[in-house]
Design a protein around this ligand. Sequence first.
Ligand code: DGY
Length: 320
Amino acid sequence: MPKVVVTRRVPAEAIELLKQSCDVQLWDSDDPIPRGTLLEWVAGCDGLYCLLTEKINDELLDAAGPQLKVVSTMSVGYDHVDVEACTKRGVAIGFTPDVLTKTTAELAVALLMATARRIPESVDAVKDGEWKTWKPMWLTGQDLHDSTVGIVGLGRIGAAVAKMLSGFDCKLIYSDPYPNKELADSLGIEYVSFEELLERSDFVSTHTPLFPETHHLFNTDAFRRMKKSAIFINTSRGPIVNHDDLYDALVNGEILAAGLDVTEPEPLPSDHKLLSLKNCVVLPHIASASVATRRKMAIMAAENVLGGLNSTPMPNRVKA
Ligand code: DGY
């Protein structure tokens, strides 16, 4: 039976599926496998089932050896996988698109509303005994209706966010290096340049993958272009944002608030300066974290391993 290394405790259905035809070596823990252990375990394995916490690079591929056929990540993002290095060695890469689109989009909308309406701050105020009476302007936030929402990256998740927001009576605009007129028309969303999006939006929600071109896309220059009343939401990848620049923008009033589900680094240390700000809502990378979606992702990642091992079509293979 082919040997498959699984780098974390994942839903049991996925492991059962793999065990039907593979010899599974499971890191049965909620904590990441230490790098040294992973490098030892992958030696001679045929398939690797990993998470976004594992760097799949030349070092790991060398440690695995030439019989490795497939690396399957239980995530839609695969910026932790060196695609070129895998492709050079003929290693197929699996990922988990589609099943998490709506769940992730729902969290983006929830984070946007939580930040706009200052929900975490309001919850804390109640718990801290600050709620003495009803006050006309206490904890007032920003309306979503009648606002302009800018979506950066109209891919699967960006489009799902746009569709959800279409019920909120807001104007939708988007930027994308590859504008999709047909999709945009069906969503009633207007294409603009990235710079115009920053200048016009009351809310900026980013859904672009992490590429060299999008690394620190949101920096001082971008924040300065945004309205002082703008709210910035990131549910894609932390390194898209320069967090020092974001902190300065929030402290200096260049933008009003930010909601982040992803950060750089992850986890964000609990004494990080962004966490001292009331106008910054930070979540621990939970956008796809619904029970049903995480199960679907786990099974899809297992199916991708099996496809890669058998050289049958993988349900979702990264195009090299
Ligand atoms: C992904 O899948 O890439 C998310 O960041 C976690 O679901």
